[in-house]
Write a protein that binds this ligand. Structure first.
Ligand code: TYC
Length: 113
């Protein structure tokens, strides 16, 4: 965003015309902070359930979901996606609710990038 201010002053020059002083400012447009949505491994949630969660709530293909599930299974945690605060919060709530309703201990959290 750009705002231009023109302060017009009668100048000391001899043509009688206005002397323009341009003060250019650039408004600070701060991008909103981003949040990583993380999925955690556990010993009880079935692999197929995690794959289904990744397909259902994060729009992954079956192959993408399976690969990420295996990464979490082996490494303990992985970033699923990055969103604005509100979207990340919604995804976490959806996953936690779905896991709870299906009686799986799957954990999903978010953290500022
Ligand atoms: N470790 C689980 C199992 O062996 C599978 C699993 C993967 C669970 C990823 C959670 O986020 C997870 N059944």
């Amino acid at each position: 965003m750009l705002a231009d201010f023109y302060m017009m002053a009668e100048g000391g020059d001899d043509d009688g015309g206005d002397v323009g002083i341009k003060v250019e400012t650039r408004a600070k447009t701060k991008r909103p902070p981003l949040y990583k949505v993380l999925i955690l491994n556990d010993d009880y949630t079935p692999m197929e359930f995690v794959v289904h969660v990744l397909e259902r709530f994060f729009g992954m293909t079956h192959a993408q979901a399976f690969e990420l599930m295996l990464t979490v299974h082996k490494k303990g945690v992985a970033v699923v996606a990055v969103y604005s605060y509100e979207i990340a919060e919604t995804k976490v709530a959806q996953v936690m609710d779905f896991a709870q309703r299906n009686q799986h201990p799957l954990q999903c959290t978010m953290e500022k990038e």
